[in-house]
Design a protein around this ligand. Structure first.
Ligand SMILES: Nc1ncnc2c1ncn2[C@@H]1O[C@H](COP(=O)(O)OP(=O)(O)OP(=O)(O)O)[C@@H](O)[C@H]1O
Ligand SMILES: [Mg+2]
Length: 255
C-alpha cells in the first residue's frame, strides 16, 4: 500500500563533472500529491538533480524510478511525455510572442496527444492562463509584462504540458515579499486543483516553509537531512550548513 503512494524514487543518484561530485549518492522518495522542498546552499546540487531527473544531463550512476519505470536513461522529451517536467532557473520565454502563444507552445508539447490538435491545444492554453490569473494579459507581448506576470506565464507554460510531477527551480527569485506570498498561494491552489506532485527548489525560506509538506536538504551534493519543515529548521546540521542560527530563530518566531 505504501509503495503506491510513491510517485518518484531517486536511488543513489550521482552526477560528476570531472572530479566534482555535484550530486553524490543522493536518495529520496517523492510521495504522490506532496510538495517536497529541496533546499541547500548555492552549489549544493539542487539544479543538477533536476537536470538529471528530467533528462537534461546524463547521470553518472544510480537510478530514477517514475511510477515503476526507470527513466534515468531516457531523453527529456520522453520523460516529459511520461508526465515529469520542470521549469528552468533562468527563464527562457519566447520573446516577440504573446503570453497566450508562449503557453500554447507548452500545450503543444504536452503529454496528451489530443494537444497536437491546434484547437484543443489553444483551448487548454486559455484554461491554464485563466487558472494562473493571466487572462487580462493573454494578448500582451512577453516583453511588456511585469516580472510576477512573467513568472506566472512560465508556470502556465509548464502546466500546459500536463505534468504529474513538476520540478520548480527558484521560480520566485526576484519577487518581493507580497509577490512571494501571492505566488505561494497560487502554487498551493494549482497543486490541489490539478492533483500535482511538486518538487520545489527555493532559497526564500518563508516560501519553502509555507509551501512544503516535507523538505530534503542538500549540502556539497549529498543529502544531509530530510523531514518536516519544523524538523528541518530546527536541525543543527541544517542550521550550520545553510540557515544560520539567526535565520532559524526568525522563522520559528513567525510561527
Ligand atoms: N554543466 C556543469 N558543468 C560543470 N559544473 C557544473 C555544471 N552544472 C553545475 N555544476 C557545478 O555543480 C555544482 C552544483 O551546482 P548546482 O547548479 O546543481 O547547484 P544549486 O544547488 O542549484 O545551486 P544554486 O542555489 O546556486 O542554484 C556546483 O559546484 C556547480 O558549479
Ligand atoms: Mg540551482
Amino acid at each position: 500500500m505504501e509503495e503506491n503512494n510513491i510517485i518518484l524514487t531517486i536511488k543513489s543518484l550521482s552526477k560528476y563533472f570531472g572530479a566534482l561530485k555535484a550530486v553524490d549518492e543522493v536518495s529520496f522518495e517523492v510521495k504522490r500529491g506532496e510538495i517536497l522542498g529541496l533546499i541547500g546552499p548555492n552549489g549544493a546540487g539542487k539544479t543538477t538533480i533536476t537536470n538529471v531527473v528530467t533528462g537534461t544531463y546524463p547521470k553518472t550512476s544510480g537510478s530514477v524510478i517514475f511510477e515503476d519505470t526507470d527513466i534515468s536513461n531516457l531523453k527529456p522529451y520522453q520523460i516529459a511525455r511520461k508526465g515529469l517536467t520542470r521549469t528552468f532557473q533562468v527563464v527562457k520565454p519566447l520573446i516577440g510572442m504573446t503570453v497566450e502563444e508562449n503557453v500554447l507552445v507548452g500545450s503543444l508539447y504536452g503529454r496528451d496527444k489530443r494537444n497536437t490538435d491546434m484547437k484543443n491545444a489553444s483551448k487548454r492554453a486559455r484554461e491554464i492562463i485563466k487558472l494562473v490569473g493571466l487572462e487580462s494579459k493573454k494578448d500582451s507581448l512577453v516583453s511588456d509584462i511585469t516580472l510576477p506576470d512573467l513568472k506566472k506565464m512560465e508556470f502556465a507554460r509548464v502546466l500546459a504540458m500536463e505534468p504529474e510531477v513538476l520540478f520548480l527551480d527558484e521560480v520566485m527569485a526576484g519577487l518581493n515579499p507580497a509577490e512571494v506570498e501571492e505566488a505561494s498561494i497560487l502554487v498551493k491552489r494549482v497543486r490541489r486543483e490539478k492533483e500535482l506532485t511538486i518538487v520545489y527548489i527555493e532559497h526564500i525560506m518563508k516560501a519553502v516553509m509555507g509551501i512544503s509538506d516535507r523538505i530534503v536538504v542538500l549540502h556539497h551534493g549529498r543529502k544531509i537531512v530530510e523531514g518536516t519543515p519544523q524538523e528541518v529548521v530546527n536541525n543543527s546540521a541544517v542550521i550550520e550548513a545553510y540557515l544560520g542560527k539567526r535565520y532559524a530563530k526568525e522563522v520559528n518566531n513567525e510561527g
